[in-house]
Structures are given as structure tokens and as C-alpha cells.
Design a protein around this ligand. Structure first.
Ligand code: MTE
Ligand code: MO
Length: 256
């Protein structure tokens, strides 16, 4: 048996007190080879998924840290500077004219300036960012809870997902991401304009980027220009809910 590294989903299931035996079984190739066992294992996987949905507390807070834990440098990843004259002009003007459009299944579509966003109640949190590429960083983020923006816009009951539109193009398409309403209303899901007591640097998504603390790094949309409430992800990008989900095998639900 090779070294056993527990897949994330099983780790989560175990943290919920479940599936104490199946993960161990699935690590053993000899047993795995028997067709009957394979069938039981795949049933177990479905059970894990179902129990994850049922028993993991989606509203639980991600761990928060102290100032002593802050990373000396908060690394930047993906786009570090959106291309094009429009973004350059915004940056030159200190993003004074930046607007975030809140659209879709809302009673009151909004066009929010950064001043609007800063005038709403603020939340500050020190959290750890985990990128699938294998690095983490701890930073202090300040911004408005997404739930407050959704309430201000009067998000309709028919909305099932929130789509985040970004200003940066990678190759042929603009970056985008999405989440369900549980994550959208999570208290630590904020539209952040400050990192470590300064405005968010361009490399980290200025002037406004999503922090969605129960999910992996690629879900944290930077350079946000639009927040859109939708009933379905069909027809948005390639329909898988995010730029990378559409292109490579990144999972849409990247819960941690
Ligand atoms: N608009 C946009 N958002 C993005 C990305 C990107 O390239 N463009 N990269 C994602 C990835 S993979 C990670 S790990 C984080 C990196 O955030 P950071 O640059 O602040 O470290 O942003 C995410 N959000
Ligand atoms: Mo990432």
C-alpha cells in the first residue's frame, strides 16, 4: 500500500464524524480490485457526498487568525494586472469611477461605487487563503458582507446562484465565478476593498475582490465589476460556474 493521503471530500466527511472505514478501504488496491467491493465503494462515495450535504454545517465560520499570524507577503496569483486601457484608466484615477453592477433576479438593480460600499457596515477578518496550486497565505480583509448588498438589491427567492463578473480577460474570456445562496449569505463572504489595512493592491484584485472563506482560492473573484443573481448557471460561460471550472477539472463546489 502506498502512502495514504486522504482525499479532501473524505477528510470533510470524517470531520463530520462519518465514513470511518470506507476511506481506509479505498486506499487498499488489492481489495479495490474486487468488482463487488468496487460497487460498495462507489455507493459509499455517494453516501459521503449526501452526508456531506446534510451534515456539514455550511454556515460554520472559517478559522480566523490574529495579526501575529499575518503572512509577511500576501502572494498574488492568476491575473496580477488586468490588460487594457479601461482598467489602466481606473487605476490612474484611484478607482474613483469604478462601479459594481448588481443585476439579475433582484427587485432593485444597483450600481455601487466604492464610496457606496465603504458607507455600508464593514467586516474585518483575518483568514487563510488556500490555492489549489499548493500555497496558502494569511491576510486581513475588510469589506461589506455580500448578504448586505443582496438585501439592499432585494434579491428574489428565485435566485439560486450569485455570479461574479471580473474585469480581467484570460485568453478568450473574462474571468468569472459563482456560488450558491448559502455561501453568498455566509457571514464571512465579503466584497473586500482593503487588505492588511491598506487598499487592496492591484495584484490582489483592486479595487474590489470577493472573499469566500469556506472555499478554495480560485473561487475568490478579483477585479469584480458585476454581481448577478441567477436561477441557473446554464448559458453563463460554458455552464460550469467559473472560468477554471469551464476549462479544467476544478470543482464548482470547492469547500474547505
Ligand atoms: N479575476 C480573477 N480572479 C481570480 C483569479 C484570476 O486570475 N482572475 N485567480 C484566482 C486564483 S487561482 C487565486 S489562488 C486567487 C489569488 O488571489 P491573490 O492574487 O490575492 O493571491 O484569486 C482567484 N481569483
Ligand atoms: Mo488558485
Amino acid at each position: 500500500m502506498s502512502e495514504f493521503v486522504m482525499p479532501r471530500r473524505q477528510l470533510i466527511a470524517r470531520a463530520g464524524g462519518l465514513a470511518a472505514t470506507l476511506p481506509l478501504l479505498s486506499a487498499c488496491d488489492a481489495i479495490n480490485d474486487a468488482p463487488a467491493v468496487r460497487k460498495i465503494l462507489s455507493m459509499g462515495e455517494e453516501m459521503n457526498r449526501a452526508s456531506h450535504r446534510a451534515l456539514i454545517d455550511r454556515d460554520a465560520l472559517a478559522r480566523e487568525f490574529t495579526r501575529a499570524d499575518l503572512s509577511l507577503i500576501f502572494r498574488a496569483n492568476g491575473t496580477r494586472l488586468p490588460a487594457g486601457a479601461a482598467y489602466a484608466a481606473h487605476a490612474a484615477g484611484g478607482f474613483a469611477d469604478w462601479r459594481v453592477a448588481v443585476t439579475g433576479l433582484v427587485a432593485r438593480p444597483l450600481s455601487l461605487s466604492l464610496a457606496d460600499i465603504r458607507s455600508m457596515p464593514q467586516r474585518t477578518q483575518i483568514t487563510r487563503h488556500d490555492c489549489v496550486e499548493g500555497w496558502s497565505a494569511i491576510g486581513q480583509w475588510t469589506g461589506v458582507q455580500l448578504s448586505r448588498i443582496l438585501t439592499a438589491a432585494g434579491v428574489k427567492d428565485s435566485a439560486r446562484y450569485i455570479v461574479f463578473r471580473c474585469a480581467d480577460r484570460i485568453g478568450d474570456a473574462l474571468y468569472y465565478e459563482s456560488c450558491d445562496m448559502v455561501d453568498a449569505r455566509h457571514p464571512q463572504t465579503i466584497m473586500a476593498w482593503a487588505l492588511n489595512d491598506a487598499v487592496v493592491p492591484i495584484a490582489n484584485g483592486a479595487p474590489l475582490r470577493l472573499r469566500i472563506e469556506r472555499q478554495l482560492g480560485y473561487k475568490h473573484a478579483k477585479y469584480v465589476t458585476g454581481i448577478e443573481a441567477v436561477a441557473s448557471l446554464d448559458g453563463i460561460g460554458a455552464g460550469k460556474g467559473g472560468y477554471w471550472e469551464d476549462r479544467i477539472d476544478y470543482e464548482w463546489y470547492a469547500g474547505i
